[in-house]
Design a protein around this ligand. Structure first.
Ligand code: MG
Length: 380
């Protein structure tokens, strides 16, 4: 019996900064900045002596918990991570990720792109999809929800109708800019859709505790499955106090970054659900650790990511396919199938009947479209 030869070594690390427009400007609750029209993406390519190239993505998100810029991510990866990576086999992923974490504290966003590229490389070297490296197929498709931008009630319902027609049955309403508008939006959505959709709300940490408590009480009658991050990421005591005061389960997103942050959420009973994101939480390598802790603590898991391309979408979807435990229907971003106006891969991941599939090809399952990369790269 012969085995594929996994003895390949990384010889170069190539980093591509990109700015990709949203299909529509998106509004969420955030002091001083509520609307964005594009996302900054960093694509990492790990080149090997065998000719294989592994790809991974992260984003310069710069909202609660993220201070990253494309320039900063570029420097972290090329100056600190590259010397650690060159000469190593991607199959040393555990040891490599440990080294990266030790070499640059608070570098989960940069680690995410490297770790996911290592998994892509391993899959390509062995000729198997990434989910086979993570324990094998546990589900065939990954149902996804959709996040709706904050807008006036009529437009909110129109957004919801379009999402419903596209097959989505889990809709996330962004709240937190205006309590009266939030209540009206949620009420109008529930009146329009009845029990046909699961509705949830996400304040992106935009409320103070004293704003959040009365708003959440007013939202209780509308059967939301969760309300996400009503108060800022740092306010775990506020999350815990709200969790014990309202009947709707709370989800933590901006409060969740490292393993330690999740242990603290568990310890304080600050959330019943957590939202992981590939960039925020260190890619496939990091989110699987968080999911294991969450599952052990009886906390529900929303798989997710920041708006990003099909590369990041594939990383989440591969991880979901291989996860043996329960997963909630995350409204994880699906490249040009959701918020982005364009993608950087030849065949963007699609959402069919509200679900994502991953192609049965080696690695993450997506191939870079060089023309699109050239179009959106911002380093000349
Ligand atoms: Mg969120």
């Amino acid at each position: 019996m012969t085995f594929p030869d996994p003895k390949i070594a990384i010889r170069d690390v190539d980093v591509v900064p990109l700015r990709i427009p949203f299909a529509q400007p998106f509004t969420f609750a955030a002091p001083h900045e509520s609307m964005r029209d594009s996302v900054e993406v960093l694509l990492v390519r790990l080149h090997t002596d065998a000719g294989l190239v592994g790809i991974g993505e992260t984003q310069a998100w710069r909202r609660q918990g993220s201070f990253e810029t494309l320039t900063g991510l570029h420097a972290t990866i090329t100056q600190i991570f590259k010397p650690i990576l060159v000469g190593r086999s991607p199959f040393d992923v555990g040891a490599i990720m440990q080294r990266l974490a030790a070499a640059a504290d608070h570098s989960l966003y940069a680690q995410a792109a490297i770790g996911d590229a290592l998994y892509d490389l391993m899959g390509k070297a062995l000729g198997v999809p990434v989910y086979q490296l993570l324990g094998g197929r546990c589900r065939d498709t990954v149902p996804v929800g959709l996040a709706l931008s904050i807008t006036a009630p009529d437009a909110m319902v129109e957004q919801g109708k379009a999402a419903f027609a596209a097959g989505y049955r889990h809709l996330r309403i962004k709240i937190g800019l205006d309590p009266a508008l939030d209540v009206t939006n949620v009420r109008r959505m529930r009146e329009h859709f009845g029990d046909d959709v699961v509705l949830r709300a996400d304040a992106n940490g935009g409320l103070s505790f004293s704003q959040a408590l009365p708003l959440l009480k007013k939202l209780e009658p509308f059967d939301l499955d969760i309300i996400e991050q009503p108060v800022p990421g740092w306010d775990l005591d506020g999350m815990a106090a709200l969790a014990s005061s309202v009947s709707v389960p709370l989800s933590a997103d901006e409060s969740l970054n490292t393993d330690h942050s999740l242990v603290e959420i568990v310890r304080r009973r600050a959330a019943a659900v957590v939202q992981t994101k590939t960039g925020k939480n260190g890619g496939i390598h990091g989110i699987r650790r968080l999911w294991a802790i969450a599952q052990a603590a009886g906390i529900g898991i929303f798989p997710g990511n920041h708006p990003g391309t099909s590369v990041a979408t594939a990383a989440v979807a591969q991880t979901c396919i291989a996860w043996p435990g329960p997963l909630l229907v995350g409204d994880f971003q699906t490249g040009s199938a959701s918020m982005l106006g364009a993608d950087i891969v030849r065949e963007p991941i699609r959402v069919v009947d509200g679900s994502v599939r991953v192609p049965d090809v080696p690695g993450l399952g997506v191939e870079i479209d060089e023309a699109q990369l050239k179009r959106f790269r911002i380093d000349g």
